[in-house]
Design a binder for this molecule. Structure first.
Ligand SMILES: C[S@@+](CC[C@H](N)C(=O)[O-])C[C@H]1O[C@@H](n2cnc3c(N)ncnc32)[C@H](O)[C@@H]1O
Length: 231
């Protein structure tokens, strides 16, 4: 009985990756859903990341199994906690770095004293500075081999997102990047479509080697951008 229970536990932690040698991204969505319901929702809830976004975050980590995750901005640390829980549950040993702006830089969303409160008792590394510059500096000093996933959730203007995605693409060989607040709606909605347009414009220039997967049914929206050779 004891031996049987051990086997069931081990199976529950198997990576939900399907057809890893095929040309398209694929995970076992039932296993990912179980993980979200049982492990993530009690901790982080559905704000700011609704179910489809939690699914894309978890699936990305499982499929690419990065040695490092670089994310900004930290805010209260919910995205960092999602990555930490995913890496821990699937025993990936991912090193997670989360960056937010320094306390003296004014930003409408700066979290102040609550910065990183969801990851304070975890090994997630918290930094203050510009997300892109700080992450690339850490990446440059990391010991090889490094496979990185980036999570871009800082300032959501067109210019910021374009600079950040372009900076990653120019610095990393086969990048894997998740971007938040990327939902597109027509202008009568009054939504900020800057992140959506920044990704679209940049990928039009960069050619067909990049694939995207979007959560598309409503706000806030998340997009996975990856080089086909990252699979
Ligand atoms: C929408 S919140 C991020 C939510 C967070 N990912 C979470 O899960 O709780 C945006 C955060 O990005 C930070 N930010 C804005 N521009 C930044 C930059 N250039 N570098 C790092 N952080 C930035 C803000 O201070 C704010 O805390």
């Amino acid at each position: 009985m004891k031996r049987f229970r051990k086997k069931v536990e081990a199976l529950a932690h198997d990576l939900p990756v399907v057809n890893p040698g095929a040309s398209e991204f694929e995970v076992n969505r039932w296993l990912v859903a179980d993980f979200i319901v049982e492990r993530l929702l009690p901790i982080v809830g559905t704000h700011p990341f609704p179910l489809a976004e939690l699914e894309l975050m978890t699936s990305t980590v499982c499929r690419f199994q990065p040695t490092h995750i670089f994310e900004w901005g930290t805010h209260v640390g919910k995205s960092a906690r999602v990555f930490y829980e995913t890496s821990t549950f699937y025993d990936l040993g991912t090193e997670i770095h989360s960056v937010d702006l320094p306390d003296d830089v004014g930003h409408v969303e700066h979290p102040g004293d609550t910065r990183g409160e969801y990851v304070r008792q975890t090994p997630v590394h918290l930094h203050q500075g510009d997300g892109l510059d700080t992450s690339l500096a850490i990446l440059a000093s990391a010991e090889a081999p490094v496979t990185a996933v980036f999570f871009v959730d800082g300032d959501h203007s067109y210019d910021s997102v374009r600079r950040e995605l372009e900076g990653i693409i120019e610095s990393v060989e086969h990048p894997v990047v998740l971007l938040h607040d990327t939902f597109y709606q027509s202008s009568d909605s009054g939504y900020n479509t800057g992140p959506y347009r920044a990704i679209r414009d940049l990928l039009r220039q960069r050619g067909s080697a990049y694939k995207t997967i979007d959560t598309k049914t409503g706000l806030p929206g998340m997009t996975l951008v990856f080089h086909e050779k990252a699979l």
